[in-house]
Design a protein around this ligand. Structure first.
Ligand SMILES: *[C@@H]1O[C@H](CO)[C@@H](O)[C@H](O)[C@H]1NC(C)=O
Ligand SMILES: *[C@@H]1O[C@H](CO)[C@@H](O)[C@H](O)[C@H]1NC(C)=O
Ligand SMILES: *[C@@H]1O[C@H](CO)[C@@H](O)[C@H](O)[C@H]1NC(C)=O
Ligand SMILES: *[C@@H]1O[C@H](CO)[C@@H](O)[C@H](O)[C@H]1NC(C)=O
Length: 414
């Protein structure tokens, strides 16, 4: 990357001199234009801190922000990120409620209505949910977001659109993940609460938001606390993770099975394990061809046990066996520099996005960390919503990043 990188540094110097607005006119057309919120980090200049320098000890509370830029911004760590961003990228807050972690996980974009559904934090800080209180599923309309952006003109500060809460049946307890829509229905995966079992359910995205349960046991045994789910792009089978967070966040009994990754075939009723050997398996995703799988391991995040930074904060990559669909050839894809990699998505070019302690980290298909959508706060998950829109859950806020890439069309997997 040496030559490109030097060139990029020159471009940035020029941008500083003339102002970002004029950058397009002074730069060779073959070099991607820096969008206004992009901040380039010259990585080699950060490689040596020195004996008297300040190192980061606590991955959760101190972040890598060598330019001291104010979030939200795009932290460019490799020129490849500029192709993902495109010249018109921006990232803006769309709704916030500092008192309530209403936007934790389970983001699902419904192409029929242009709405995004999501679940509040289950059992964690500001989640307003625990052993005695269920969490909630809500939605925003991206038309409202576009309208609010338009009426604020060129001002890229946050807007605050309306959030609508769904009135779901009691069968849905502690929603933690979601995907689809599958044949028009949301797929929710729940952690369960107290003795109520974790489950996978189809939910009508439209009123009355009726529910059909698909699975709530493994040959009669309860799962620990189901976490996240994806539809396999070419076979339509459901793959999901089971994690210990119901117990670790004090709303489920002690775990009775290994934390692992399962495959479920709703047509035949078969459930099987496709990968084990994790600390705390969490998010999962496939490449568009269905041949490669990613599973995040949030091992360092231990709920009431606290943070143990010597455990995994890692993304593992696998081949999907063409016959059994077991996850084979496990290798580490990434270890993140802060927080944990939680929810994970892949775009149509094979770039990988995961919500981490300081925002969304972006890797190319080779596993190079090309940049971050830096929020200065935790994102647990995100979802593409067509036309380059990436909707980012950030617990007490939702952000929208406008990029120049398309996510996989999750609603087409069936
Ligand atoms: C956004 O609106 C909601 C609902 O009216 C309100 O509770 C919240 O405080 C607002 N957020 C901000 C940042 O003003
Ligand atoms: C942008 O909007 C925010 C919130 O409405 C306001 O505080 C700020 O002054 C505006 N900035 C500009 C440059 O107009
Ligand atoms: C919701 O109810 C309608 C009408 O009974 C039914 O056709 C549909 O399959 C139901 N959807 C779910 C997800 O249960
Ligand atoms: C952190 O995890 C490691 C590896 O499992 C373990 O050996 C160590 O005891 C843990 N530390 C604490 C403080 O729990």
């Amino acid at each position: 990357m040496g030559r490109n990188w030097i060139y990029l540094s020159i471009v940035v110097a020029a941008a500083t001199a003339v102002g970002y607005g004029k950058l397009g006119s002074v730069v060779d057309a073959s070099v991607p234009t820096l969008p206004p919120q992009a901040v380039v980090v010259n990585l080699p200049s950060t490689n040596v801190i020195g004996a008297n320098g300040i190192f980061r000890d606590a991955s959760y509370t101190t972040f890598f922000n060598p330019t001291n830029s104010s979030p939200p911004f795009f932290q460019v760590l490799d020129p490849a990120f500029l192709t993902i961003l495109g010249p018109h990228a921006f990232v803006r807050g769309v709704v916030a409620n500092p008192e309530f972690a209403f936007a934790h996980e389970a983001p699902i974009w419904d192409p029929e209505t242009d709405e995004v559904f999501f679940a509040s934090n289950d059992g964690g800080p500001l989640g307003r949910s625990d052993l005695n209180n269920n969490n909630i599923v809500s939605k925003i309309h991206l038309y409202d977001v576009a309208k609010a952006f338009t009426s604020s003109g060129s001002n890229v500060s946050s807007v605050n659109v309306t959030v609508t809460t769904l009135d779901l049946s009691d069968e849905i307890q502690m929603t933690n993940g979601g995907t689809g829509p599958l044949h028009g229905n949301l797929i929710l995966i729940t952690s369960g609460r107290g003795p109520r079992p974790p489950s996978i359910a189809l939910v009508n995205p439209r009123s009355p938001n009726n529910v059909t349960l698909l699975l709530d046991n493994f040959y009669g045994r309860q799962f620990n606390s189901l976490n996240d789910i994806k539809v396999h792009p070419t076979s339509g089978k459901l793959f999901f993770t089971d994690a210990p967070y119901g117990f670790l966040n004090v709303f489920r009994p002690a775990n009775l099975m290994q934390n692992q990754v399962y495959r479920f075939d709703p047509a035949t009723g078969h459930v099987r394990v496709v990968a084990d050997g994790f600390s705390r398996p969490n998010g999962l995703a496939f490449t568009g061809d269905g041949k490669t799988a990613f599973v995040t391991d949030t091992g360092i995040q231990g709920g009431f046990l606290g943070v143990n930074q010597t455990l995994p904060a890692s993304i593992y990559q696998f081949d999907v066996d063409p016959k059994s669909q077991a996850f084979t050839n496990r290798r580490v894809f990434a270890f993140v520099d802060n927080g944990v990699p939680d929810g994970i998505q892949v775009d149509s070019k094979g770039n990988v996005y995961s919500g981490c302690g300081d925002g969304v980290h972006v890797w190319n298909s080779e596993g190079t960390l090309v940049g971050k959508i830096y929020l200065g706060t935790t994102s647990a998950n995100l979802v593409f919503a067509s036309n380059g829109r990436l909707v980012i859950m950030a617990e007490t806020a939702i952000y929208l990043a406008q990029l120049a890439v398309e996510g996989l069309d999750l609603a087409s997997f069936a």
